[in-house]
Ligand binder design. Structure first.
Ligand SMILES: C[S@@+](CC[C@H](N)C(=O)[O-])C[C@H]1O[C@@H](n2cnc3c(N)ncnc32)[C@H](O)[C@@H]1O
Length: 285
């Protein structure tokens, strides 16, 4: 539709958002002119970005299918984005019709579009929430109504932690969210890679400037070691660990953009299962 709320002159003047820019990268139609211009500026620096987004979505789909097949029936997807092909609830409920999903996003358009496609689905919903305020998400009445945190749950943070540039805040909020989940739950993370989008690279600086200046969500890629730190000390990483997104349990039908060089895929990806923690605060061995 090229204008999520009907294409009025006023809506075209809205500032860009990360959700709608991502929608543009994926070829979606839920974006305004400001989003398209901002996204195009990023693509001008890194023409690979639409393929990065495609491959991130493919990882997310494989991860959710893996979890549903492993018996997970609850999914809390924070930074879920605007609905597109292969949404979490579609994949989870295809594998397990009783799976329940709560989508959380800071962008009201993402929430409104999610609610629209979820109409009539009483096992999935969407709420507006800010990852940087984990307590508000965990305490939200819809989250409490839909998810039972005494049962293993998948916490999905796909391509969203890089929108929390402060390391202390990013690691702290993951601590906070994970602390609510029982042993046997899963943590799913994909994250923009500093090895691909080097912080010293002028093009990265220009792309980061777009998010800082034109959206309310500044961003920062992180190196693999830092992405692994989100899992460290509490999770048993599922094979093959934290890898380039296309290398995480590849499956038939995956996009072939990075078949010859996965490093260009620009996104680290991993899934970890929460281990029992003894009272010392160290994971049990
Ligand atoms: C790149 S998209 C990823 C969408 C989806 N998770 C995926 O991997 O395909 C990032 C999403 O995170 C959302 N986001 C950014 N900062 C956020 C925050 N502080 N709290 C909640 N959502 C946030 C954006 O609105 C956007 O929808």
């Amino acid at each position: 539709m090229n204008s999520p709320t009907g294409g009025t002159q006023r809506s075209e003047q809205k500032p860009a958002t990360a959700a709608r820019m991502y929608d543009f990268y994926l070829g979606g139609v839920h974006n305004f002119q400001a989003d398209r211009q901002a996204a195009q500026t990023v693509i001008d620096q890194f023409p690979v970005v639409p393929a990065v987004a495609r491959n991130n979505r493919a990882f997310l789909g494989r991860a959710v299918r893996f979890l549903a097949e492993a018996g997970v029936r609850q999914f809390l997807d924070i930074g879920s984005g605007i609905p597109t092909a292969g949404n979490v609830h579609e994949i989870a409920q295809a594998a397990a019709p009783d799976a329940r999903v709560v989508y959380v996003d800071i962008d009201p358009v993402a929430v409104a579009e999610s609610l629209e496609i979820l109409h009539g689905n009483d096992r999935a919903t969407a709420i507006r929430g800010d990852l940087r305020e984990p307590q508000a998400i965990l305490g939200h009445s819809e989250v409490r109504r839909m998810l039972d945190f005494t049962t293993p749950t998948a916490l999905i943070l796909a391509a969203v932690l890089h929108f929390v540039p402060d390391d202390t805040q990013a690691f702290g909020l993951v601590d906070h969210l994970v602390a609510e989940l029982p042993t046997g739950s899963y943590l799913v993370i994909s994250h923009g890679a500093a090895e691909t989008f080097a912080l010293s690279d002028e093009r990265t600086a220009a792309a980061r400037e777009v998010y800082t200046q034109r959206t309310t969500t500044a961003g920062k890629p992180r190196p693999r070691a830092q992405v692994e730190r989100f899992f460290a000390g509490r999770c048993q990483l599922v094979d093959p660990g934290v890898t380039w997104a296309p290398e995480w349990r590849p499956a038939p039908g995956d996009p072939a953009d990075f078949a010859d060089d996965t490093r260009r895929s620009g996104m680290w990806a991993g899934v970890g299962q929460l281990m029992a923690m003894p009272t010392t605060g160290q994971p049990a061995t």
